[in-house]
Write a protein that binds this ligand. Structure first.
Ligand SMILES: [Zn+2]
Length: 339
């Protein structure tokens, strides 16, 4: 039923499609009747920053575009703070990020959701995969994976997990457990090929390795948490930076394994510094606060972001209504741009 939904409905509309190995179809769960099913018309959008640093102009432009995609279709726009990585979260940053987005005039529906408040939902999804026999413990350190992944290993792309712990015997697992390092949990992905159609970038496909769904510190992995949380919120269209497109086949695969509907994906171009490198502090005033300190108003910053994707003329300060009226995904750039 899931495949029927995806292949029968979404491919014909140019939306994400999933190509699976035959082995996967046997494990796939039917779509639960109580879940929200996305039609092509459901454009509920979201922005989900990680509170690890101040938003730079590229992040702000992605947020503006995500807002424009949703609001121009009359859809809801949601805000989520992806704060599961406690090592990297910095206090006060989430509030500053929300203030920056509000200063640009962006609004969102309902309360801001913190991913860290949804851990029981992540755990429930992991438990379902575990009950299906789809998970196995992985004791590898990062260094071990880097070393093993540098050797060629069949269908998997470079750098993916080579399957070191997939077929450990009971005795080998017990020995590693006794060594004291808690394992991560990985999903048996069976090197599934996943294809989808990005709204801006067109057809894409990738091979899914045995990705981590629960890290060895017990926290749900990003690729699992975003699928669970987007589904629960009824997100129908994920608009995010092009640097995340590599994660999309994994997330589509996780959604399929959980019997969850898949959103449409739109990966928008990154903003580069004048030297062609990804925007960073060394490029000068790359944050809203930095631009304001240099004499620009938030509206001028918003206009500059809009201008960089062809939505505003030089020296023009368009309102959000004007931006909504002239917004047209088909004329957005697909290559990184210098701001
Ligand atoms: Zn391993």
């Amino acid at each position: 039923m899931m495949l029927d939904h995806v292949l029968g409905c979404k491919v014909s509309e140019g939306l994400p499609a999933i190509v699976t190995t035959p082995r996967l179809e046997g494990i796939m769960r039917p779509m639960p009747a109580d879940r929200h099913i996305h039609g092509g018309e459901d454009a509920t959008g979201r922005y989900a920053p990680s509170p690890t640093g101040t938003l730079h102009l590229g992040n702000l432009r992605t947020a503006l575009l995500a807002w424009l995609f949703a609001r121009s279709q009359g859809a809801r726009f949601l805000m989520r703070i992806d704060d599961l990585d406690r090592q990297r979260v910095r206090p006060g940053i989430a509030e500053q990020q929300l203030a920056d987005l509000a200063a640009l005039g962006l609004d969102w529906d309902g309360p801001v959701v913190r991913q860290s408040a949804r851990t029981e939902h992540h755990a429930a999804a992991i438990a379902r995969l575990e009950a299906d026999g789809a998970l196995y413990p992985c004791f590898c350190t990062r260094a071990e994976i880097r070393h093993a992944a540098s050797a060629p290993h069949g269908a998997h792309p470079d750098g993916s997990y080579p399957g070191t712990c997939r077929e450990l015997t009971r005795a080998e697992r017990a020995a590693r457990d006794a060594a004291g390092r808690p394992p991560a949990l990985r999903l048996r992905a069976g090197a599934a090929r996943v294809a989808f159609t990005d709204r801006l970038l067109g057809p894409r496909e990738g091979v899914v390795d045995d990705l981590v769904v629960r890290r060895n510190d017990g926290v749900a992995a990003y690729n699992l948490a975003v699928v669970v949380d987007d589904t629960a919120a009824g997100v129908g269209e994920v608009v995010r930076g092009a640097d995340l497109i590599e994660t999309t086949p994994r997330q589509l695969h996780v959604a399929a394994r959980l019997g969850m509907p898949t959103p449409r994906y739109t990966h928008v171009p990154l903003v580069l510094g004048a030297d062609g490198a990804r925007l960073a502090k060394r490029h000068g005033a790359v944050t809203l606060a930095g631009r304001v300190a240099a004499g620009q108003s938030p509206l001028e910053v918003r206009a500059a972001l809009a201008r960089s994707v062809g939505l505003a003329a030089p020296r023009e300060l368009p309102t959000l209504d004007e931006l909504l009226h002239r917004f047209d995904p088909s004329v957005l750039p697909t290559e990184p741009t210098v701001l």
